[in-house]
Design a protein around this ligand. Structure first.
Ligand code: 13P
Length: 252
C-alpha cells in the first residue's frame, strides 16, 4: 500500500515571520494525520520553518536546486546546502521553472541525480501544456519527460523519487483535470515506469496530482486508484485551507 503525500508549494510567497506564524497555526491541525505532510518553501524561509516544525510531523522542502556541488553559479543553491540545514524534500522541474528559467528535461535529470546523491527526496514534476493536450500529445510528452528525467538514475534509486503530474493548464487557473483524467494520465506514467524499470517499482512509486487542488476536490482526486496525494499551490498558502486538504477524508 502506497502512502499518501500532501505537499504544499508556496512558490514566491511568505516572509519568514509569516511562515513561522503559518507553521504554528497548522501544526496542531495536521498532528494526527497518517499522511506525509510537506511544505516546499522559499529558500529564505527554510531555516525558520525547519526550526518551527521541530517536534511536529511536517516535513520541509525547497522548490529548486542546482545540480553541481559548488562553483561560480551566482544566485544558485546546491543540494548539499539544502541537506546541510536539514531540508528533506526538493521540487525538481516545476513547470514554472521549465517555462521561465530554461529548465529542460536534461537539467531536470542532472538535478534528480544530484538530489538523490544528497539524500534529499525529490518531487519530480511533469505535465503538458494546453496546446499539447489539445493536439492529443499528453501521453507522449509526459512519457518523454519521465524517461529523460529519470535517465541518470540507477534502477534502485527510482522509487526514492516522488512524481507530481501537474497539467500546466490546470495550475493556478481554477481548472482541475477531472479525477478520471488525472488518474488515467497517472496510470500511463506507471505503465511507462513499468516498461522502464519493472512492475514492482511502478507499483511502489508515489505519484501526486497538482493543479488547482482545493478542499472541495481533494477527496475525489485522492481517492482515485493511482493518485497518491497532491502538490498544492494556491490553496497551501492558507493554513486552514491546506489542513482541510491534508484531512481530506474528513471533508464532507
Ligand atoms: P495551484 O494549486 O495554485 O494550481 O498550483 C499548483 C502547483 O503548481 C503546485 O506546484
Amino acid at each position: 500500500m502506497r502512502k499518501k503525500i500532501i505537499a504544499g508549494n508556496w512558490k514566491m510567497y511568505k516572509l519568514p515571520n509569516e511562515a513561522i506564524k503559518y507553521i504554528e497555526e497548522i501544526a496542531p491541525m495536521v498532528a494526527d494525520t497518517t499522511h506525509e505532510v510537506v511544505l516546499c518553501v522559499p529558500y529564505v524561509d527554510l531555516f525558520y520553518t525547519l526550526l518551527t516544525t521541530q517536534g511536529t510531523n511536517i516535513k520541509i522542502g525547497a522548490q529548486n536546486m542546482h545540480y553541481e556541488t559548488q562553483g561560480a553559479y551566482t544566485g544558485e543553491i546546491s543540494g548539499e546546502m539544502l541537506k546541510s540545514i536539514g531540508t528533506q524534500y526538493v521540487i525538481i522541474g516545476h513547470s514554472e521553472r521549465r517555462q521561465y528559467y530554461n529548465e529542460t528535461d536534461e537539467t531536470v535529470s542532472l538535478k534528480l541525480k544530484k538530489a538523490i546523491e544528497c539524500e534529499l527526496k525529490p518531487i519530480f514534476c511533469v505535465g503538458e501544456t494546453l496546446e499539447q493536450r489539445e493536439s492529443g500529445k499528453t501521453e507522449e510528452i509526459i512519457k518523454t519527460q519521465v524517461k529523460i528525467g529519470l535517465s541518470k538514475l540507477e534502477k534502485t534509486q527510482v522509487n526514492n523519487i516522488t512524481i507530481a503530474y501537474e497539467p500546466i493548464w490546470a495550475i493556478g487557473t481554477g481548472k482541475t483535470a477531472t479525477a478520471e483524467d488525472a488518474n488515467n494520465t497517472i496510470k500511463s506514467i506507471r505503465t511507462e515506469i513499468a516498461n522502464l524499470y519493472g512492475s514492482d517499482i511502478a507499483n511502489e512509486i508515489i505519484i501526486l496530482y497538482g493543479g488547482s487542488v482545493k478542499p472541495e476536490n481533494a477527496k475525489e482526486l485522492f481517492n482515485m486508484s493511482d493518485i497518491d496525494g497532491g502538490l498544492v499551490g494556491g490553496a497551501s498558502l492558507n493554513a486552514e485551507e491546506f489542513s482541510k486538504i491534508v484531512n481530506y477524508l474528513k471533508v464532507i
